[in-house]
Write a protein that binds this ligand. Structure first.
Ligand code: FAD
Length: 529
């Protein structure tokens, strides 16, 4: 089946849906989600969105906090652009109906680590959910927005791939899980809003879909990617075979929670004089160090010395979730591991979201705009989704009368492939990939570990390519193929950075280099048009 739209948006998170809504009156739009509309990280976001909203706060202070968090690798222009446009993005969300928490007549603003001012607007402790529910409701009101659930973009269609001159993006091949068919969705403009790639790691706070699909598709279409070595790890994710992606908020440490080794000894004082209250990356590194030293599967976070009434009042959700798994946090320590949380690098874009390929945009976590540098400042990511969705929408609107000849796009060809008889290969490779990425390319790196990882990812990629060429595709296979590629990009980027900066920490180069420089990867063997 072939269908044609003005705009094809791959991703239904904060980035994709807000872009769709901004163009709904001018264009025919398709929005894809490979799961339900609520799959992705936006739904999971708790804390809120950073913006200069209080009259005593200053743009310059938010800029400066962002630059400091980013270890001075953020691009000044991208930071200023994002921060200056923050307020109007929040006002737009309020117009859409997002029920942000109030403090009397004003919106309540919280403060988070790294921010010098109260500037986090939120909807209780489930901001992402409130944002996404609102955007989905609004999107469903527009006939011009066509929402496709359980549809996974396989690859971008470009003129170059069809051996035509004047390269540009023409649409995407899309796998429909409900029918098992691959359809052609043509569009004048394609927007990657596919989120991050934290599923490259064994432990992650992200949902299942964070497999870096947008980054992989853009790379295969000849686009540059940047700073893939900067993966943010949250220090404390619940460790339990039945608990997937459940974060134990940093507020537990803020309220006196103690980090313990399996024998009950405290250890954070050895790493930082602030102990458990050290910044996120230092705590994550300390936990990782102790787990590797002891060969332990997890460490523990203990809040049981506080009265039960205090725990129930402050952490009702964590209490309930742990209780269901047989852990009474008012009596027992909580088993925790650090978890991959946010992908700072991605598809290189400018301020309008243009990638290197004409007609292709990238926004949200899948993009690299220069905002986050070597470490993301808390609550700047949803802000980036909103601000760049608006600027990309404005740019697309100005180009809507461009014409596109798409009559010659061929259907997906399945004549050379058969049904797979050994799906176990996919699940085995998934496990292997995420395990060695965790062990060798995680929170603490070395040249030796990176070389080991590179060797393994090369073998895996060969095996996956062979499998992909011979068997019919499935969502799992597509994600595995993308994750293996993105893992390769992470390993290569990490190997190229000969310093420790922000989230990239290597024992071989423990100091920060003199010059802040981005790691930019360009697809090899790619002929520019
Ligand atoms: C637990 C948690 C808490 C967080 N808390 C905060 C916070 O308080 N504040 C903050 O600013 N940030 C927070 N973040 C980060 C923030 O939520 C994300 O960076 C942001 O939501 C990313 O939005 P997005 O629109 O780029 O992608 P996502 O919301 O991740 O959406 C990705 C979309 O792309 C779709 N997709 C992916 N690949 C394909 C494909 N091949 N084909 C079709 N569809 C595809 C998915 O189905 C999904 O619809 C948090 C993240 C997590 C995991």
């Amino acid at each position: 089946m072939q269908q044609e739209f003005d705009i094809l948006i791959i991703g239904s998170g904060a980035a994709g849906l807000s872009l769709a809504l901004r163009l709904a009156d001018s264009a025919k739009i398709a929005v894809l989600s490979k799961g339900s509309l609520t799959s992705g990280s936006t739904w999971l976001a708790q804390g809120g969105i950073a913006a200069v909203l209080d009259e005593t706060d200053l743009i310059q202070d938010h800029v400066s906090d962002t630059l400091t968090a980013g270890a001075h690798l953020s691009h000044n222009d991208a930071v200023e652009f994002t921060v200056k446009n923050g307020r109007q993005s929040i006002e737009w969300l309020i117009e859409q109906g997002v029920p942000f928490s109030r403090d009397g007549k004003r919106y309540h603003l919280t403060q988070e680590g790294g921010h010098s001012h109260r500037r986090i607007i939120h909807a209780a402790d489930a901001t992402g959910r409130a944002v996404q529910e609102t955007l989905i409701t609004r999107a469903k009101e527009h006939d011009s927005i066509h929402l496709f659930e359980h549809c996974t973009a396989v690859d971008l269609i470009t003129r170059r791939k069809l051996k035509r001159a004047n390269n540009r993006c023409l649409g995407a091949y899309v796998f429909d899980s409900s029918t098992g068919h691959v359809n052609v969705l043509k569009a004048k403009f394609v927007v990657l809003a596919t989120g991050g790639a934290s599923k490259a790691y064994l432990y992650t706070s992200n949902s299942d879909g964070a497999s870096g699909d947008g980054i992989a598709m853009a790379w295969r279409s000849g686009c540059r990617v940047a700073n893939m070595e900067f993966n943010q790890f949250h220090p404390t994710c619940l460790y339990h075979p039945q608990a997937k992606s459940f974060l134990i908020t940093e507020a537990v440490r803020g309220e006196g929670g103690k980090l313990l080794l399996p024998d009950g000894t405290r250890f954070m004082d050895k790493f930082d004089k602030r102990g458990e209250l050290a910044p996120r990356d230092i705590v994550a590194r300390a936990i990782d160090h102790e787990m590797k030293r002891l060969g332990s599967d997890c460490l523990y976070l203990d809040i049981s010395h506080k009265p039960k009434s205090f725990i129930l009042e402050h952490f009702p959700t964590i209490y309930e979730r742990c209780s269901k798994l047989g852990i009474d946090i008012s009596k027992d320590p909580i088993p925790v591991v650090p978890a991959a949380h946010y992908t700072c690098g991605g598809v290189m874009t400018d301020q309008q979201g243009h990638s290197d390929l004409n007609g292709l945009y990238a926004i949200g976590e899948t993009s690299f705009t220069g905002l986050h540098g070597a470490n993301r400042l808390a609550s700047n990511s949803l802000l980036e989704c909103l601000v760049f969705a608006e600027s990309a929408a404005n740019d697309i609107r100005s180009r809507l009368d461009e014409s596109l000849d798409t009559a010659y796009i061929p259907d997906w060809d399945e004549s050379q492939v058969t049904d797979s008889d050994e799906d176990v290969i996919i699940s085995h490779n998934w496990d292997e990939l995420r395990r060695f990425m965790w062990d060798y390319v995680g929170i603490v790196r070395t040249n030796k570990r990176l070389r080991r990882a590179k060797h393994r990812v090369d073998l895996l990629q060969q095996e996956i390519t062979e499998y992909y060429s011979n068997y019919k595709i499935s969502k799992d296979l597509l994600e595995l193929r993308n994750l293996a590629l993105v893992s390769d990009l992470i390993i290569r980027s990490a190997a190229l950075r000969k310093e420790s900066r922000g989230l990239h920490y290597t024992l071989d180069y423990p100091g920060q280099g003199p010059e802040p420089r981005d790691t930019i990867l360009t697809p090899i063997n790619f002929e520019w048009p």
